[in-house]
Ligand binder design. Sequence first.
Ligand code: GFB
Length: 318
Amino acid sequence: MRLEPGQKVFVAGHNGLVGSALVRELLRRGHRREDLVLRSRAQLDLRRQDQVEALFESERIDVVLLAAAKVGGIMANATAPADFIGDNLLIQSVVLDAARRHGVELLLFLGSSCIYPRLCPQPMREAHLLTGPLEPTNAPYAVAKIAGVQQCLAYNAQHGLRYVPVMPTNLYGPGDNFDLETSHVLPALIRKMHQARRDGASHVTLWGTGSPRREFLHVDDLARACVFVLSDTDQRELINIGVGEDISIHQLALTIKGVVGFEGELVFDTSKPDGTPRKLLDCTQLQQLGWSASIGLQEGIAQTYQWFLEHRSAARGL
Ligand code: GFB
């Protein structure tokens, strides 16, 4: 089964960074808004089996895009590990179980590049899953996501379904979380540099040494890749989604500094954790299927900064 307009598609987590991008991409590809099943967190608690069951009973859902998850940056993972493993295990097993029992044949599950071992050979291939110890700062989250990947593959094997686990690299874009305690590095640095410029501050403080390397994918590219994989291929196995190159956190900070126009110094607070030394995905499989990212990092940061300026009052964490 492939994703196509006319099907009833449940986008779980449609108000989040990934879910909102998936909705934009579905509409761009000809899906009608009235065919999308969308529920806010206040309307539906995905951790609650009774509520999820009631949704599947009331709507004849054909396809599920599971973009709802408890996510956050390095400090959020460290301070709320129970939520990161507990909420994610609940959400994914409740939704996958309900989907399967209600005859949903096609589902998208989003993992994260932190499921690969901390010292994984770079770039990281799909086959590197479960070949070594995890990064401790996000092990509870990674274990939950690994369970989700395995659950999809097991459902496919046992029930002949197409529950596709995709593995995105670090994401950013419009709708991101700009809360300095819980966000990922890219929105945090946009906000820090913006405020420093506005206040005439002499420096901005970064966490860690600045030497870890990360790969950043614009969420619109991610959404295009996900809809491509479901609509234009028969992929069922785990597949990486990235841009194919990484940069150091220090280089990222210099790029954001240039976009925002902050002219002060960068200071590194080495009492804060670095996390995984490097996370670069090998995207050969996706390229062989015919897809590659198109939004460059400088362009994507400029566009995200513009979004931040226009939505400051509404943006999460502000
Ligand atoms: O984006 P980030 O929080 O997550 O941090 P991870 C990336 C790197 O940026 C780390 C550094 O080395 C941070 O120490 N950094 C520097 C900062 N300044 C800042 C700052 O102001 N805020 C933040 N947040 N970081 C998460 C995982 O790992 O990424 C999750 O914890 C998930 O499980 C997600 O995989 C994609 O890339 O280290």
